[in-house]
Design a protein around this ligand. Structure first.
Ligand SMILES: NC(=O)c1ccc[n+]([C@@H]2O[C@H](COP(=O)([O-])OP(=O)(O)OC[C@H]3O[C@@H](n4cnc5c(N)ncnc54)[C@H](OP(=O)(O)O)[C@@H]3O)[C@@H](O)[C@H]2O)c1
Length: 312
């Protein structure tokens, strides 16, 4: 089987392990990353680790000489970059079977992007939303088992849903990072439910997941946040942190498990069905968010694409 996978991000993190194992199982993986240098470094490392797994005769990996990896530039904090990525992907004429929206930032201090949105809202939610909207028509004609995976977080439990406060506009000093990180992750789960309703019975399934508390580079986003870096340190000392491969397992499962063909609308916690909050599962609020998101993104998602999103 050969299928392109998009929106994996790299380095010592969850996306690296997920992209590596999916590629080692025979997929063509497109690493959609903001840094070409870091992506190429990761791709080279994956090729080396593939040779080691082949020598160990690890089951499930493919017998090709190399794994199939490609880099495409994507900076989720810029709609211009997201647009260029979408155009480049469309003009490649290739199919798209799996789209994994993994890249993310956490607990950042208040900052707005060049597009005027709070950065966690744009990177974690809005930019992925635009990509999905534009790439969905390609996925609709890419085969009978296409999948979208949204890497969310149990951090969605820490926030309240308020559609009028999606884009923070208050005093930067009063910005609550936990709340806004949680909100961005809550929106991903709510989006997943909205899309599942619209895609049920089609060739595309959509799921979201919490990878667990994983030791990665995500703390780069909040180096100045002593409380959090301290809590992470304690969790690590107590052995409560997962490794990146453990964190990647639910993604790999959602991408390749043949038993999950056509199964959508699930929030996975590790490999099990997890429970998101009642708010995340509230259909009325999900639809309010959907409408508000399309309104916020009216310049990025034209009417005919919206019609396509609503179809089926
Ligand atoms: N680690 C955890 O405990 C945990 C828990 C729950 C959920 N998650 C979620 O898991 C996902 C992966 O996180 P991780 O822990 O693996 O963190 P990570 O090591 O920081 O990896 C995040 C990746 O996102 C990429 N990224 C950040 N901003 C970007 C942008 N503007 N454009 C494109 N790519 C961007 C980074 O790219 P660069 O390589 O260029 O920096 C990095 O490769 C995130 O969505 C996170 O919210 C993590």
């Amino acid at each position: 089987m050969s299928y392109p996978v998009s929106c994996f991000s790299v380095n010592v993190c969850i996306g690296y392990e997920a992209a590596k194992w999916v590629a080692m199982m025979g997929a063509t993986v497109i690493m959609a990353c903001r840094s070409k240098e870091r992506a190429e470094e990761a791709m080279q490392k994956i090729q080396g680790e593939f040779q080691v797994e082949q020598e160990k005769k690890t089951p499930v990996i493919c017998d090709t000489e190399n794994v199939s990896l490609e880099f495409m530039e994507l900076d989720l904090s810029s709609f211009t970059s997201v647009r260029s990525f979408i155009e480049a992907f469309k003009s490649s004429g290739r199919a798209l079977h799996v789209l994994v929206c993994n890249a993310g930032v956490a607990l950042m201090p208040f900052k707005t992007t060049e597009d005027g949105f709070e950065v966690m809202l744009q990177v974690n939610y809005l930019s992925h939303f635009i990509m999905i909207a534009h790439l969905l028509p390609i996925m609709r004609r890419s085969g009978e088992d296409c999948r979208i995976v949204l890497v969310s977080s149990d951090a969605h439990r820490t926030c309240n849903f308020d559609v009028n406060k999606m884009n923070y506009s208050g005093d930067p000093k009063k910005f609550k990072r936990w709340d806004y990180y949680g909100k961005s992750k809550l929106y991903q789960i709510m989006q997943m439910h909205c899309m599942h309703r619209r895609l049920e019975g089609s060739n595309i399934s959509v799921n979201s997941l919490h990878p667990g508390l994983v030791e990665t580079e995500i703390s780069r986003s909040y180096q100045d946040y002593r409380l959090m870096t301290g809590l992470n340190w304690i969790a690590k000392v107590l052995g409560q942190m997962k490794t990146p491969i453990d964190g990647a397992l639910p993604i790999i499962n959602a991408v390749v498990n043949p038993g999950l063909k056509g199964v959508g609308g699930v929030y996975y916690k590790s490999l099990e069905h997890g429970y998101s909050t009642a708010e995340a599962r509230n259909e009325t609020k999900q639809e309010v968010l959907w409408k508000k998101t399309l309104q916020l993104l009216k310049n990025e998602i034209p009417a005919e694409i919206i019609l396509g999103l609503e179809k089926e």
